[in-house]
Design a protein around this ligand. Structure first.
Ligand SMILES: Cc1cc2nc3c(=O)[nH]c(=O)nc-3n(C[C@H](O)[C@H](O)[C@H](O)COP(=O)(O)OP(=O)(O)OC[C@H]3O[C@@H](n4cnc5c(N)ncnc54)[C@H](O)[C@@H]3O)c2cc1C
Length: 306
């Protein structure tokens, strides 16, 4: 007979791994399905995490490894597969993947989020040839070179600060005349001697034959266009939820986030949403991990009372 899990967790970022830890400690039969060969989600692409209590300045990859090792030590079962659908049957939820189907009494959607693209000419063609979405992953390739970072939030400013340590010159291209990033980050940014902010400007195209050679930028106030010579472009203009697969299964908001409160309960019985994928105020490691714990508590309540 096919094994039926108490809960199937989709995604092994901080939300999924925290859920796995709580599920194992609650003695639930649980399976974690992760499409990547490495657990950790967005955290593995983070050079330094400096806001998680007790682990100041930890490297993202090390943190993700610790989270995964904790789940492994408790006996969590993982499978590498990409989820493409969930079929809801009376008491079962059938999770469809490229490696077969898995049956759970409940499912926790912890598939997180991904980088938003600029959608300009050259972005796709030069991806991996100077266009990057992860300064911490690719910054070292641009040692002593000139790069541009696009965006004005925390991630863009963090990226610019990080790259300023490695690169000769960093342009920060932002569409407004002030940054959205936290003030402490802005102070650090403006203290960097080799960062120049190009205000009120948008990128029209990323140019180059085989590698990035320049970006064409328009100032939206005076409509002046200029070509800025750069060796790389780091795009940090926000994230999108990985909820496409689940949009016909659970309710999502206008941005695609799965509608769920702190209890992680969705509008579909037995389906829960945790971490960056759900509607929430703050998308961070600590809130994702908290969601994992809350989702398992809701799963337990569901299994008792359903
Ligand atoms: C560059 C960067 C820097 C950051 N810095 C910080 C920081 O300093 N401090 C902080 O607190 N937060 C930081 N964050 C935010 C933090 O990483 C996220 O809030 C957190 O990782 C969200 O966790 P999650 O588990 O919800 O989702 P994710 O981390 O996105 O993990 C989701 C997982 O689900 C998997 N998945 C997706 N779809 C499927 C599918 N169909 N089938 C199977 N698996 C699937 C993905 O492969 C991924 O492993 C940063 C984010 C980025 C991008």
């Amino acid at each position: 007979m096919e094994k039926k899990f108490d809960t199937i967790i989709i995604g092994s970022g901080p939300a999924g791994l925290a859920a796995a830890i709580y599920a194992e400690r609650a003695k639930l039969e649980c399976l974690i399905i992760e499409k990547n060969y490495v657990s950790g989600g967005q955290v593995i692409n983070t050079y330094e995490v400096d806001n998680y209590p007790g682990l100041p300045g930890i490297n993202g990859f090390d943190m993700a490894t610790k989270f995964r090792e904790h789940a492994d030590a408790l006996g969590a079962e993982f499978v590498t597969a990409e989820v493409s659908d969930i079929i809801i049957e009376e008491t079962d939820r059938k999770v469809v993947t490229d490696q077969g189907e898995f049956i759970g009494k409940t499912v926790i959607l912890a598939a997180g989020a991904r980088h938003r693209k600029l959608g300009v000419p050259g972005e796709e063609e030069l991806a991996g040839m100077g266009v990057s979405y992860c300064a911490t992953c690719d910054g070292a390739f641009f040692k002593n070179k000139t790069v541009a970072v696009v965006g004005g939030g925390d991630v863009a400013v963090e990226d610019a600060i990080f790259l300023a340590r490695v690169c000769e010159k960093v342009f920060l291209i932002h569409r407004r005349d002030e940054l959205r990033a936290a003030k402490i980050l802005q102070e650090k940014l403006f203290a960097c001697g080799n960062v120049e902010v190009i205000w009120d400007s948008v990128v029209n195209s990323i140019n180059g034959e085989e590698n990035v050679e320049s970006v064409t930028v328009t100032n939206i106030k005076n409509e002046k266009e200029e070509k800025v010579a750069v060796d790389g472009v780091f795009i940090a203009v926000g994230i999108l939820p990985n909820s496409e697969v689940f949009q016909n299964i659970v309710e999502t908001d206008e941005h695609g986030y799965i509608v769920a409160n702190e209890d992680c309960v969705t509008n579909k019985k037995g389906i829960f949403a945790a971490g960056d994928i759900r509607t929430k105020m703050l998308r961070q490691i600590i809130t994702a991990a908290a969601d994992g714990a809350n989702a398992v508590t809701s799963v337990q309540n569901y299994l008792i009372y359903a």
